[in-house]
Design a protein around this ligand. Sequence first.
Ligand code: NDP
Ligand code: OXD
Length: 309
Amino acid sequence: MTLLFKSDLDRYDIWVPALERHLQGRPVRLWPDVGDPADIEYALVWQPPPGLLASLPNLKAIFSMGAGVDHIAADPERPKHLPVVRMVEEGLTAGMTEFVVMQVLYHHRNMLTYRRQAEQRLWQEISQVPAQERRVSILGLGVLGQDAAKMLARFDFDVAGWSRSPKEVEGVTCYHGQDGLDEILARTDILVCLLPLTSETRGILNAGLFAKMPRGACLINVGRGGHQVEKDLLAALDSGHLKEASLDVFEEEPLPPESPLWNHPQVVMTPHIASMTMPETAAKAVGENIARMEAGKPPLNIVDFERGY
Ligand code: NDP
Ligand code: OXD
């Protein structure tokens, strides 16, 4: 049996048939109408209410509907003996790469400045830097970071990436560890954050990090709001040290109405939509993993809670 729960995105009319197609006849039950909790063996969740997972006595695995699992880690009653599987599926990856490329191009081609100029009826060219001379750096070279990095390299950007462990990615200069962070920041015109939120990465986008980037650099945060220290970011934008930022995620979501980030002239803001899990491809990935488990194999993409992702 599969339990499906997502609090905020009402696409069950697509999700349920997609799951039924890929679950080899297993019935799908939608929370809160789950019937006998003892029937539930697999849970597919996004922001489950604390205690919900612990109330399912025969659960075998927890599948996250998103790539990030901070929402599941936040449940103090999460049954710690069960594998938690993060979402890796082609639709989510493709959507993130589209979004990152769009934002990089937006800053690369000075679109925010042109928008401001248009508001003032100002017809004025800005000298354009070629892509080969624009240094784009991605924090997080995992499933999403690597895909975006490879696509940016195809646009001829000078692309680098940073991860915890050493990596080799064709067309991408790879850095890792604390020394690697300082090196990558020093060569950055546009910084993309695609890290998971962990105890090590929380607050990483702070005044100290911005100071290590060249003056006039731009930030794109599509990781988590917990990565950015918004007061430091506002100070860096206001001083001109950071030229612009694209923010898809925020310290508090929804962004409170009083936040200056809503209409800051140097900020492009979106409401945590950089990428979305696509029901058909996600259901296929979940179905394949359940089939693995039923065949006695461990599921792919298990979260290591020691590392935090
Ligand atoms: P992965 O787990 O595949 O990749 C994570 C990457 O971050 C890895 O390269 C990892 O290094 C690196 N990393 C983790 N901790 C550190 C650290 N302390 N120092 C340096 N590097 C570190 O995740 P995904 O690519 O699938 O997803 C990344 C994140 O994107 C998600 O966790 C989520 O927060 C965010 N996201 C946001 C969405 C949105 O709509 N805004 C949509 C989907 C995801 P290593 O390779 O060495 O393990
Ligand atoms: C995710 C997200 O983690 O949508 O997948 O934020």
